[in-house]
Design a protein around this ligand. Structure first.
Ligand code: NAD
Length: 424
């Protein structure tokens, strides 16, 4: 069952290869058929589009956009769209497959997809981002659909972009189709609780892992890399449950306070400072790499891929890692962390709170009826806790890490469903 990824290996780990190497280990534990293995290792569809957009100065700039549908075996494909200069097809392929596994781990009826546009939204005006978003939605008109493929926010996108996508898609249909996109503003049919959902799932996973390791949250310390949607909500919700957040970071740098950072203040500061923590007071600025190596109970990487690698894994002193970001730990770092006895709650479990509430948003849109925030939180907490327990039990049953266990749970579900549905 050897897998050879044809893409060139660059200086950093290739995220698609990282994903495939875990997939392969889990497939071997499950004794997966070669036929099913072959189906699941390749994305079902890959679309690359060129998007000519008029910039504010009148010039036309051509952007590249991607949508990869990894699988529709469990249902319509679901996955975010990221706006970032580093987006590339390999990354999008890896993220699409991750979505398949993530939806299967939390047991929601979706397949996996991901999209992205190579751009720097921070250097673009709102009008330019809007035209780019509409051009992308137009180009993906045959791909997206409430029963086909449902986009959501990811890095660099949020409710604003989702509103434009929903509107553009609806204009083409000649009617409002709000269930085609999730992560929308509440007035457009967004779900209460969606904004904080991923961070909330990280919090539930971290508390569940602390319970297993007999760590009292009121005595625990935590460092969080990335202070965007996932990182800042995880920070706030963990802080509310007694955890001392001693370090946070964003693109502007890393900030440390041994006594604990006031997260509400940090969020307010960031919101009034163009989204950046630069200049935040009552903290000491530290080397961003140092944040990952702090002696804390919980480390939450919630920014980008491949930050815990072969190069720094042996220097990590956290007792556990709860992965808010997708793919923050490279496959080569897994073995080092396992050897050191560091519990890693993997991305496809820990950050699945977002897609869970996205699913609730889709259900509410289709029902034409909105749930309260309490109902959304209660139901998503239950799904996250059930998934955590299932993965934890599977890890013990197969004597593997929680990461491999999560893949086992997910692949088993997708493979069994595929067996019933069949190929051609
Ligand atoms: P975001 O754009 O809201 O925030 C990203 C944060 O990371 C920002 O604070 C940014 O400054 C920071 N950052 C970027 N590069 C960094 C670096 N090198 N060092 C330190 N900080 C850095 O994005 P987000 O929605 O919070 O997503 C973060 C991660 O979580 C991504 O991997 C994304 O795929 C994943 N994720 C997001 C969701 C969601 O619902 N938003 C769901 C599941 C997974």
């Amino acid at each position: 069952m050897a897998y050879i990824e044809p893409a060139p290996i660059k200086d950093r780990d290739n995220p698609f290869e990282s994903m495939m190497s875990r997939f392969q280990i889990a497939a071997e534990h499950l004794g997966l058929d070669q036929e099913v293995y072959d189906v699941l290792k390749t994305p079902a569809k890959q679309v690359i589009v060129s998007l000519p957009v008029t910039m504010d100065n009148g010039s036309i700039k051509v952007f590249e956009g991607y949508r990869v549908i990894h699988s529709t075996i469990l249902g319509p494909s679901k996955g975010g769209v990221r706006y970032d200069m580093d987006v590339n097809i390999d990354e999008v392929k890896a993220l699409a497959a991750w979505m398949t596994w993530k939806c299967a781990v939390v047991d929601i009826p979706y397949g996996g997809a991901k999209g992205g546009i190579k751009c720097n939204p921070r250097q673009m005006s709102a009008g330019e981002v809007e035209r780019l978003t509409r051009a992308f939605t137009q180009a993906m008109h045959d791909v997206f659909g409430k029963d086909r493929d449902i986009p959501a926010p990811d890095m660099g996108t949020g409710p604003r972009e989702m509103a434009w996508m929903m509107d553009q898609y609806s204009r083409n249909q000649g009617m409002t189709v709000n269930s085609v996109v999730t992560g929308k503003p509440i007035v457009l049919g967004g779900s209460l609780g969606r904004e904080e959902a991923t961070g909330r799932g990280v919090m539930i996973s971290a508390l569940a892992a602390m319970e297993k390791q007999k760590i009292n949250p009121f005595k625990a310390t935590c460092a969080i890399q990335g202070f965007g949607n996932v990182g800042s909500w995880a920070a706030q919700l963990l802080e509310e449950r007694g955890v001392n957040i001693v370090a946070i970071s964003d693109l502007s740098g890393a900030y440390y306070n041994a006594e604990g950072i006031n997260i509400k203040k940090a969020m307010e500061y960031r919101n009034g400072n163009n989204g950046s923590l630069e200049g935040f007071s009552e903290v000491e600025k530290i080397d961003p790499e140092e944040l990952l190596l702090l002696e804390v109970d919980v480390l939450v990487p919630a920014a980008i891929e491949d930050v815990i690698t072969q190069a720094n894994a042996d220097k990590i002193k956290a007792k556990m890692i709860v992965e808010g970001a997708n793919g923050p730990t490279s496959a080569r770092a897994d073995a080092i962390l396992n050897e050191k006895g560091i519990l890693a709650v993997p991305d496809i479990l820990a950050n699945a709170g977002g897609v869970t509430v996205s699913y609730f948003e889709w259900v509410q849109n289709r029902l034409g009826y909105g749930w309260t925030r309490e109902r959304v939180s209660r139901r998503s907490d239950r799904i996250m806790k059930t998934a955590f327990d299932k993965v934890y039990t599977t890890a013990q049953e197969y004597n593997v890490s929680m990461r491999i266990a999560a893949y086992i749970v997910a692949i088993d579900k997708v493979a069994k469903t595929y067996k019933y549905r069949g190929g051609f």
